[in-house]
Design a protein. Structure first.
Length: 332
């Protein structure tokens, strides 16, 4: 039996290696060719981006404005109608993975390199290549392959930057079946030991460092503290070592009054994590002071959270060691 099991494992490994060779044949082939941005770099899109990010850096406004570097991919996106420049090779690769049962996809990460600033009026063109396909990997979501594409972006024909985008095409892992209750039996002569309760899973611990220690000290004292630049009085959140408006390193704090409104929100359904009970709402709350923070909404069912909902600060004791600022909404 040992030899049979070993032979089965060896055969599966060889099959996986052969399939990976098929996938690797796509490396270096184009993912998109001759792509053109639907709009030139322009002020309104820069303004929308900066408003969404809360970025007031003066470099992004005025006659000498540049676009935020992280907008590199934004100028290449095709929107709902797409570009029509995706290559057949990329579609063939995805179809091959679909045929192997890797029918689900999730974006995992991206990397960007910047070669020159983009300015309003720049015409954007780009090409993309399938850079790599990983061997089979097993994750909590399932088993599949990471596919990395590299997009080379040009402005006015000149190299402007590189955008690498990575996805996982995977076969979803089987969800564990819930244990069925044991059938009722007649009482046993001897008493059965009581099952020991399992400790409740703990929430992930926040990363506390020298740049945000003051914020968590405030939470400990039931205060929501916002950084304020002492050079230009700009408020900022989350905490940063320097001002994103004037670059000053000097700051103090102001205490938030605790009032706010829901600026945007999502409802988390999947994947579930220990210590979290989906579905639940995660919101971007705009404080009365004008800054925004990501937080949980309490006091309102997840399907009643809405943009513009008034909320009020409270502190949630998660366990003996952790207390978090959250916001309570009201349905009235």
């Amino acid at each position: 039996m040992t030899a049979t099991a070993s032979g089965t494992a060896d055969g599966a490994g060889e099959e996986a290696a052969r399939f990976h060779e098929l996938l690797r044949a796509f490396e270096g082939r184009p993912a998109a060719t001759g792509g053109r941005g639907k709009d030139p770099v322009n002020g309104p899109m820069i303004r929308h981006w900066c408003e969404a990010m809360g970025d007031t850096n003066p470099a992004y406004t005025g006659p000498d404005a540049v676009a935020p570097a992280t907008m590199l991919q934004a100028w290449t996106m095709g929107g709902l109608s797409g570009h029509g420049d995706r290559s057949s090779a990329y579609d063939e690769l995805l179809a091959l993975l679909d045929g192997a049962g890797c029918t689900s996809v999730v974006a995992t990460d991206c990397e960007q390199e910047y070669l020159r600033p983009l300015r309003p009026g720049d015409e954007i063109t780009f090409d993309a290549v399938i850079e790599s396909v990983s061997p089979r990997k097993t994750t909590k979501l399932g088993t599949g392959h990471f596919v990395t594409t590299r997009m080379d972006v040009r402005a006015g024909g000149e190299p402007a930057g590189t955008h690498r985008f990575r996805i996982l095409k995977y076969a979803p892992a089987a969800r564990p079946e819930r244990p069925q209750p044991a059938p009722q039996r007649s009482p046993q002569p001897a008493a059965q030991p009581e099952p020991q309760p399992q400790p409740a899973p703990r929430r992930p611990r926040p990363v506390v460092n020298r740049d945000n220690q003051g914020f968590w000290d405030g939470v400990r004292d039931h205060k929501l503290l916002i950084q304020r630049c002492t050079a230009c009085s700009t408020l900022r959140f989350p905490w940063l070592p320097g001002c994103n408006a004037c670059a000053s390193l000097d700051w103090d704090t102001v205490e938030a009054c605790g009032e706010g409104t829901v600026f945007s929100h999502v409802v988390m359904h999947h994947p579930p994590f220990p210590a979290f009970d989906p579905p639940y709402a995660v919101a971007l709350v705009e404080l009365a002071e004008g800054v925004r923070m990501v937080t949980n909404i309490t006091g309102v069912p997840h399907d009643r959270v809405r943009i513009g909902l008034p909320v009020r600060l409270e502190f949630l004791r998660v366990d003996q060691e952790l207390e978090l600022p959250v916001f309570r909404g009201s349905e009235s």
